[in-house]
Ligand binder design. Structure first.
Ligand code: ZN
Length: 509
């Protein structure tokens, strides 16, 4: 009989620690809802003790997201565990994940403690967590570099104390598949009560081996994999959710005894959502979700794929939710056609919102004549900012730019503020610089621009351009997006979006 591999998604916890990828509560909630549609088994929503904002985000996810188990991280400290529990207690199926470093370098070098003390606090902490929450996961951090005898001892003791999932992290991404597989096998052999729990793994990708190590662990009895969308995470990242899921699915011959319950058609949509929201672009050659993952450029390959898809393609792109961009709507398409297509793409649009989306759709359809799915997604991403950050202080209204290679660029930008419409003009080095200076005049904010990216969401000269900016304000990064067929307008919207986030963060943490 095929056994299920639990997919434990830690995009909102481990990947969120990526420098510059921090999310606000609304963004976390939107991603969590999509993870539920993807049908992952567990969502690690955050580390409540780390900040009041994270506590708040985890509680919202716990009370609003249905389906997966909702997990919160804590150190083996009573206050951490209490906070983790308080944040997830409204979840239908809550889980506390508590961890401590168990390698010599962590115990002596970082915590200045000793093995006996760490063992004792681990037991007490797991027991305390278990008193609060029915499901407790314990991680001996840096397990791959921990003395095996001590590792077996602490695992046995924490199972005894009530842990039902034991997670083995390769925290520094140092393990090699054969070695990591052996570690899991040796835990199965040497821990007397291991059959009472699920063995989990959490591999980092410093040597590019996170997925390979997780697969070796599955082969040796692990039944939960911790992973992230697009493989994001600290340093070189974590095990990539889409790669592990598709490896298991594509090589059924090799994985006859296991499966996952992930709805693979949601892979591309969530990959895009996470990439956009975190401002972390996906490399074109990234397996499964990269822009070129299903592109065939050599003539021989193209010919082969047209005649028979599986000659050079091991995965049918529709399985991961990739639809060939098709002409779907025109200026004559009505509201119902639009609403229907949006529903197919996974957007439930309320009547009031439909009016505004329809207006934007019509003005785009007038310019482009053909509107593709990707265009609609760009519109919805742009729209969702208004819905997500309801406290939007500034709304883009209009723009006029004079620019050329022999004149100084001038931009006039109109913005709706709480006090009404405000228009300001500024000159600058190029149209984007002039636009950003005009926006700064209206808002009084001029955060440093640390990254600016532009991409077209569909093919053609009249395609929608999507601009993603990263700005720095007091050492923190904020991501802003804007979409339009006019790239200067898209640039203005992206910068205003980022400024709204700066304000939102200052006021709400
Ligand atoms: Zn990690």
């Amino acid at each position: 009989m095929s056994e299920k591999i639990l997919i434990f998604d830690t995009t909102l916890r481990d990947a969120e620690q990526t420098p510059g990828a921090a999310l606000n509560g609304n963004e976390k909630l939107a991603i969590a809802k999509h993870l539920s549609a993807l049908n992952v088994d567990v969502i690690e929503a955050g580390f409540p003790r780390s900040s009041p904002a994270d506590f708040e985000a985890v509680s919202r996810i716990a009370s609003e997201v249905e389906g997966p188990e909702i997990c919160a991280l804590s150190r083996i400290i009573e206050k951490d565990i209490t906070d983790a529990w308080e944040a997830i207690r409204d979840a239908k199926r809550p889980r506390i994940h508590t961890f401590v470093g168990t390698s010599e370098i962590h115990i002596k070098g970082i915590m200045r403690s000793d093995e006996d003390t760490i063992l004792k606090s681990s037991i007490e902490s797991v027991a305390y967590a278990r008193d609060l929450c029915p499901t407790v996961e314990f991680s001996p951090m840096d397990a791959a570099r921990t003395d095996p005898v001590y590792l077996f001892e602490i695992i046995e003791a924490t199972i005894e104390a009530g842990a039902s999932i034991i997670n083995i992290p390769d925290t520094v991404g140092y393990a090699i598949p054969s070695e990591f597989g052996k570690l899991i096998a040796s835990i199965k052999q040497n821990v007397s009560n291991i059959d009472q729990v699920i063995i989990s793994v959490h591999c980092h990708n410093d040597l590019g081996l996170a997925v390979a190590n997780s697969i070796a662990a599955i082969k040796n009895g692990a039944r939960q994999v911790e992973c992230t969308v697009n493989g994001l995470g600290e340093r070189a990242g974590n095990t990539s959710m889409e790669e592990i899921v598709m490896a298991i699915r594509t090589r059924r011959d090799h994985f006859a005894d296991v499966h996952t319950d992930v709805d693979t058609t949601e892979i591309i949509p969530i990959s895009r959502l996470v990439s956009r929201t975190m401002g972390m672009p996906v490399a074109a050659n990234k397996a499964i979700v990269g822009a070129n993952a299903f592109a065939h450029s050599s003539g021989i390959h193209q010919d082969g794929v047209i005649k028979q898809r599986d000659t050079f393609e091991i995965i049918n792109p529709t399985v991961v939710g990739l639809q060939e961009s098709q002409i779907i709507l025109s200026p004559r398409s009505g509201r119902n056609a639009l609403r229907h297509r949006l529903a197919v793409l996974g957007y439930d649009v309320e009547t009031e919102q439909l009016d505004s989306v329809y207006e934007r759709f019509l003005s785009l359809a007038d310019k482009k004549k053909e509107v593709h799915d990707a265009d609609l997604e760009a519109i919805m991403q742009d729209e969702s900012k208004t819905v997500l950050v309801s406290e939007n202080r500034y709304q883009f209204d209009h723009i006029q730019v004079f620019s050329g290679n022999q004149i100084t660029s001038t931009a006039t930008v109109g913005i709706t503020t709480e006090g009404g419409a405000v228009t300001e003009a500024a000159t600058g080095d190029g149209p984007v610089d002039a636009t950003y200076k005009a926006i700064s005049r209206v808002t009084g904010f001029s955060p440093t621009l640390s990254d600016y990216q532009i991409r077209s969401v569909t093919e053609g000269m009249d395609a929608i351009g999507e601009v993603t900016v990263k700005v720095k304000e007091q050492g923190r990064s904020f991501v802003g997006h804007g979409a339009s067929t006019d790239i200067i307008e898209a640039s203005a919207k992206a910068y205003i979006n980022a400024i709204n986030k700066v304000i939102h963060f200052r006021e709400n943490g």
